[in-house]
Ligand binder design. Structure first.
Ligand code: T3D
Length: 263
């Protein structure tokens, strides 16, 4: 769907998707949801796109749900928020998790509410040192959604997850990295160069093996070891059928750089 709410820039081997409602700190309305989902589908279907960067325009990454679409003085009855999760946020998180190529989130500024949790749903999160992650939900009497209770508990444990969710205090990017919630925090000027360097690296990598790796690691948090060993056997069997596997081994033995095609 063509919409200015998300800008889709195609680069050599990867795409940059930019949430583009800076006057609202890129808070999500319906147009931004539909536009992001469509752009991710395009990236998934395009063999020339072998990695995705998600970032935000302006000084923020994303402030979660656009609350001006939830104004109680205009709405009468309370909205059914279960429905909006079902229709918008949950499919987006599932799409980020299942797209068969690496998704790098370049968190350029504040990431609040569902905005924080959409970032955490990406495969690799790099944040500007000026960014912070805010589980803002308690401030408006909601619970963390868009995977928030899942990411926080798995990455940080119950003590830190509960403190962040119940206090809604900002977690600075440096501390998020120190705690293992994100990959790294960098100077603001280095954020996009660093994300693009990584995306370009992935664009020349074994894309199918990346997709299988993503699948295996995501399954690990719910599988018992025996189940995970079985899954690794099946996914490795599949990885071993690829041309990239043959190329990787041949390149190693011939002492030359591998040229991966992503298949
Ligand atoms: O509803 C459902 O469907 C269920 C799903 C819910 C998912 C959720 O995400 S619920 C949580 C929603 N988000 C929030 O509660 C965060 C609200 N925003 C803030 O708390 C603050 O804006 C920030 C802490 C993120 C940043 O603060 P600050 O001081 O840097 O910026 P600001 O001045 O508050 O915001 C700048 C502008 O963006 C401002 O507009 P103005 O006054 O310049 O015209 C502000 O109103 C607007 N803005 C920021 N966040 C939102 C927003 N407008 C609409 N919705 C927002 N979420």
């Amino acid at each position: 769907m063509a919409s200015d709410a998300v800008l889709h820039t195609r680069r050599d081997g990867f795409s940059v998707l930019t949430l583009n409602r800076p006057e609202r700190l890129n808070a999500f309305n319906e147009a931004q949801h539909l536009s992001l989902r469509a752009a991710l589908s395009e990236c998934a279907a395009d063999d020339a796109c072998r990695a995705v960067i998600l970032t935000g325009a302006g000084r923020g990454f994303c402030a979660g749900q656009d609350l001006s679409d939830r104004d109680p003085t205009l709405m009468g009855e309370n909205p059914d928020l279960g429905r909006t999760l079902e229709v918008y946020y949950n499919p987006l998180i599932r799409q980020l998790r299942s797209i068969p190529k690496p998704v790098i989130c370049a968190v350029n500024g504040v990431a609040a509410g569902a905005g924080a949790n959409i970032a955490l749903g990406c495969d690799i999160v790099i944040a500007s040192r000026q960014a912070s992650f805010i589980q803002a939900f308690a401030r408006i009497a909601l619970i963390p959604d868009a995977g928030g209770t899942y990411w926080l508990t798995r990455h940080l444990g119950e003590a830190r997850a509960k403190a962040l969710a119940l206090t809604a205090e900002p977690l600075p990017a440096d501390k998020a990295a120190e705690w293992g919630l994100i990959w790294k925090a960098v100077e603001a000027a280095d954020l996009m160069p660093e994300a693009e360097r990584l995306a370009a690296h992935f664009a020349n990598g074994p894309t199918h093996a990346y997709a299988l790796t993503k699948q295996a690691i995501q399954a690990a948090s719910v599988n018992a070891l025996d189940d995970q060993l079985d899954l690794e056997r099946e996914l490795q069997r599949e990885a071993g059928t690829s041309n990239d596997y043959k190329e990787g081994v041949a390149a190693f033995l011939q002492k030359r750089p591998a040229v991966f095609r992503g298949k």
